[in-house]
Write a protein that binds this ligand. Structure first.
Ligand code: FE2
Length: 223
């Protein structure tokens, strides 16, 4: 398997089978922090997201976090850590911010599916959504409402507690549920750079379409 294919498989399946982020190729121990390839083409999410929107988001913003992180940890112990470890162990600051932004985006890309590739919600997750939100329609409504209301930049997560209870967590800036000892299942990026080219200031419009573009196979596998 070519390295590129391996990275893609790791991004898609490693998080599911061996812990959320453990198989992402993210440690500098072997070579360097590496941005995983997108699991689809830059224009693969049209008409939800344009190629221009995806190109700026993936090739400029996401790539930039890896570049910054490499500079920040050069010669420091964190250079040998995984992104997951940096997120869990770091104090607030530039290293945490860039590591979390790198990993949050890699997770986000996998939460999205091209038209026809949405998969389906596994029975176990479906039952938990019914129990904790009252149904999938209610979940989508609550998720969109909380993500829309998140003030400023951040990420809106669906996460599970140790006992499997689901929560919607709107987290500012580079927030990640791992910091709260919760398991990330699904995320949407609500930084303006995630939608501004295609949706300008209309975050709510972006989010209402986002919940119809979720890769449920990926999200179910995380639960
Ligand atoms: Fe982003």
């Amino acid at each position: 398997m070519q390295r590129r294919q391996f990275l893609q498989a790791g991004a898609l399946f490693g998080m599911v089978s061996t812990g959320i982020f453990s198989a992402l190729p993210v440690s500098a121990a072997d070579e360097s922090f590496v941005q995983p390839p997108l699991p689809y083409a830059l224009d693969g999410l049209k008409p939800f997201l344009s190629e221009e929107q995806m190109n700026f988001h993936y090739n400029k913003h996401h790539a930039g976090y890896y570049t910054n992180l490499k500079k920040l940890v050069d010669g420091k112990p964190e250079a040998k850590w995984s992104l997951e470890d940096i997120i869990i162990k770091s104090e607030p600051g530039p290293v945490f911010n860039n590591a979390a932004q790198a990993l949050n985006h890699a997770f986000f890309w996998n939460c999205l599916a091209p038209v026809g590739k949405e998969g389906k919600i596994a029975e176990k997750l479906s039952a938990a959504i019914d129990r904790d939100f009252g149904g999938i329609a209610q979940f989508k409504e609550q998720f969109v409402a909380k993500a829309t209301a998140l003030f400023g930049s951040g990420w809106c997560w669906l996460a599970a507690n140790k006992d499997g209870k689901l929560d919607i967590l709107p987290l500012s800036n580079a927030g990640n549920p791992l910091k709260q000892d919760k398991k990330p299942l699904l995320v949407v990026d609500v930084w303006e750079h995630a939608y501004y080219i295609d949706y300008r200031n209309e975050r709510g419009k972006f989010l209402k379409l986002f919940v119809e573009r979720i890769n449920w196979d990926f999200v179910s596998g995380n639960y």
